[in-house]
Structure formats: structure tokens, C-alpha cells
Design a protein around this ligand. Structure first.
Ligand SMILES: C[S@@+](CC[C@H](N)C(=O)[O-])C[C@H]1O[C@@H](n2cnc3c(N)ncnc32)[C@H](O)[C@@H]1O
Length: 218
């Protein structure tokens, strides 16, 4: 599922670059791995700007290490639930121009924000700060898939919590769709990871476990 998620991220960034997006705010960006956003975006457009944000200082430190010498990309520590602080951060203000469309990436992160209020408020705040023509790309663990995976268990979320140090929750398709409120969904809409514009040259199994989609701000 992690690999299928990264494959979705690659396709999403490729789609956004093709759509003319030249600046990205990647929240919950994680520890850098193969096919990072700045690598994909700057391959197509060398001056594309990327700010990575993560709550985990280790992820930020490793991101800054690989970004050393890259004038158009940076990483900052931040909490998705405090969207205002992210938007105020010096790296965001220095690298991103909010008068131009932005690609907001919140990929495989919101299931680590189990409380609905802060999760929906944060996305609405961030989308509200974007100019027209911007996009939100998002993936989120699917309750429907997790229910199937953990059908033997009394409580799927308890199983998850026993295995990891971070609380997590899955959401249904309808609940994930609410994050795109007010945005125009890019075809094929909100679908399973593996169904979002699959690339035969970049196939990945495991694309059933999360919902994925891109919305455009009119
Ligand atoms: C599964 S990884 C996803 C990484 C990357 N976006 C991807 O799709 O490959 C989730 C990341 O979200 C980060 N995270 C969790 N809660 C967060 C929060 N409240 N604010 C910012 N980042 C958060 C974690 O530290 C982790 O690096």
C-alpha cells in the first residue's frame, strides 16, 4: 500500500506539472525516499518550488540534508492541524507565491489526524489560502478496505494502534470526499489509489487500501 501510495504521488505530481503547476506545498511529506516531489517536479521544470512540511523532526532533518544546495526547495517542521503556522513559516513565505496556483499535497497523512474537526478545518484553511487554479492532491486510508483487512478483529483501529506509535484512523469514501468540498474533482474523481490514472509503465500492486483524488479550485 505504501508503494502504491508513492506511485499515486508520482502520478499526481506529474499531472500537476503537466497542468502548469510550478509550486508545491507537501504536508506530511515524510522521510525522503525514491521519487520525491522536488525530483519529479524539477525534472520537468527546474525552477519548480517545493516546501516539505512534516511534524517529525527526523523527516525534516533528512529532507534538509538531501535538499542542501537546492535553492528552490526546503523543509520545515509543522503540524497540519496548525495550518496558519505552516502558511506563516519563513520557508513557505520565501519560496511560494500565493498569487500563483499552488499544488497542495496531503498524501497519506490525514489518517494520522483522527479528530474530524481539526482534520477538516485544516484542509479548509489551507485550500482557502490558495488562489484560483490551485489543486489539492490527497490520499487517505479507506475504511472500506481496512474493514475487509481486519474483519477478524473487533476493532480495526485498535489493531492499528497496537502496531504503531501514532494514532490513526481510516475514513469512508464519503468522509474523504468531504475534504474536497468546494473543489472540482479531476477525472476520474475520488477512487482507489491504483485506479487514479494508472500508468502501465509504473505499475504498483496494493492500490486498494486508500482513496485518492485531485481537486481543482475554480
Ligand atoms: C505515511 S507518511 C506519508 C509520507 C508521504 N506524504 C507519502 O505519501 O509517501 C505520513 C507522514 O505524515 C506525518 N504526519 C503525521 N501527522 C502529521 C501532522 N499532524 N502534521 C504534519 N505531518 C504529520 C508523519 O510524520 C509522516 O511523515
Amino acid at each position: 500500500m505504501a508503494r502504491a501510495n508513492r506511485a499515486f504521488l508520482r502520478r499526481a505530481v506529474g499531472y500537476l506539472v503537466d497542468a502548469g503547476i510550478r509550486q508545491f506545498l507537501d504536508i506530511g511529506s515524510g522521510i525522503p525516499t525514491a521519487g520525491n516531489v522536488h525530483e519529479i517536479a524539477q525534472k520537468a521544470a527546474p525552477d519548480a518550488r517545493v516546501v516539505y512540511v512534516d511534524i517529525d523532526p527526523q523527516a525534516v532533518m533528512e529532507s534538509l540534508e538531501i535538499l542542501d544546495g537546492n535553492p528552490y526547495a526546503s523543509a520545515v517542521q509543522g503540524d497540519l492541524r496548525d495550518a496558519a503556522a505552516i502558511l506563516r513559516s519563513p520557508a513557505v513565505r520565501r519560496l511560494l507565491d500565493f498569487r500563483q496556483p499552488v499544488g497542495l499535497l496531503i498524501v497519506s497523512v490525514l489518517h494520522f489526524v483522527p479528530e474530524d474537526g481539526p482534520a477538516y478545518d485544516a484542509v479548509a484553511h489551507l485550500v482557502g489560502a490558495l488562489p484560483s487554479g490551485s489543486y489539492l492532491a490527497l490520499s487517505h486510508a479507506a475504511s472500506e478496505a481496512f474493514d475487509h483487512l481486519f474483519q477478524q478483529s473487533a476493532n480495526k483501529d485498535d489493531v492499528y494502534r497496537q502496531q504503531t506509535p501514532t494514532p490513526g484512523t481510516s475514513r469512508t469514501r464519503e468522509e474523504v470526499e468531504r475534504f474536497f468540498a468546494g473543489l472540482d474533482m479531476v477525472k476520474p474523481g475520488l477512487v482507489r489509489l491504483g485506479e487514479w490514472r494508472p500508468d502501465p509503465a509504473d505499475p504498483e500492486a496494493g492500490g486498494h487500501g486508500a482513496w485518492a483524488g485531485i481537486g481543482r479550485k475554480a
